[in-house]
Ligand binder design. Structure first.
Ligand code: PCA
Length: 219
């Protein structure tokens, strides 16, 4: 039985919801063909997210990790390609911290790629009717910190791990100050995440490499 870890974040930036936790929570305990899902919530606090992540990895020893986060403004299931070794916070985290140009792990590599089959994931989501794309940057806030630490902790261990950013929920978009932002209902986000896990499990079970599908951007 494969063990899948799905993480989501608590709300941040003055919000009362975070789609990533709505989705992760809904998937907790799910049994897919040959796989079992455990979901864990991470604090949106630089100083706390990594200890919780490390403990979670040690406790559950997952084969597949799909970490989730909210990215206001994104309009699809946004599969991150790369985590970078820097924290540069445009807003304060939930404990008021706002690090600027601080490495996630001092002395560690500048970046890690996702070890999820990101193109196969995008293709599999689209085939299921869920808009999806590759993102070239997970930002420099707590999501990127967690993504980087995840890849650093699991490097070379054969675990398939990576990060996905999700659009806002309609309730959040309706009250958003500033420009009108895209949103997906929770039920659609949950269905997309479930489809994503199905793709990841199949890929892992079949021992396949990633597929060749254009996922780049011009700039
Ligand atoms: N999104 C933020 C942090 C938590 C979350 O859900 C980010 O993209 O860094």
């Amino acid at each position: 039985m494969l063990r899948i870890l799905v993480t989501g974040f608590e709300p941040f930036g003055g919000q009362s919801l975070n789609p990533s936790w709505q989705v992760a929570h809904a998937l907790n305990g799910l049994t897919l063909k040959g796989a079992q899902v455990v979901s864990v919530q991470l604090p949106c606090v630089f100083a706390q997210a990594l200890p919780v992540l490390q403990l979670t990895l040690a406790q559950h020893r997952p084969d597949i990790v799909m970490a989730l986060g909210q990215a206001e403004g994104r309009c699809d299931f946004s599969v991150e390609r790369v985590a970078i070794n820097v924290m540069d916070a445009r807003i304060a985290d939930n404990a008021g911290a706002q690090p600027i140009d601080v490495p996630v792990v001092a002395g560690a590599p500048a970046a890690y790629f996702s070890t999820l089959p990101i193109k196969a994931l995008v293709a599999g989501l689209r085939a299921g009717g869920f808009p999806a794309s590759v993102s070239q940057s997970a930002g420099t806030f707590v999501c990127n910190q967690v993504f980087y630490a995840l890849q650093h902790a699991l490097a070379g261990q054969g675990v398939h791990s990576g990060f996905v950013h999700l659009p806002l929920l309609p309730e959040q978009a309706a009250n958003w100050k500033g420009p009108t932002l895209p949103s997906w209902p929770a039920s659609f986000q949950i269905a997309a995440a479930r489809q994503a896990l199905t793709v990841l499990v199949a890929h892992r079970q079949q021992g396949l490499g990633d597929v060749a599908l254009g996922g780049g951007t011009l700039n």
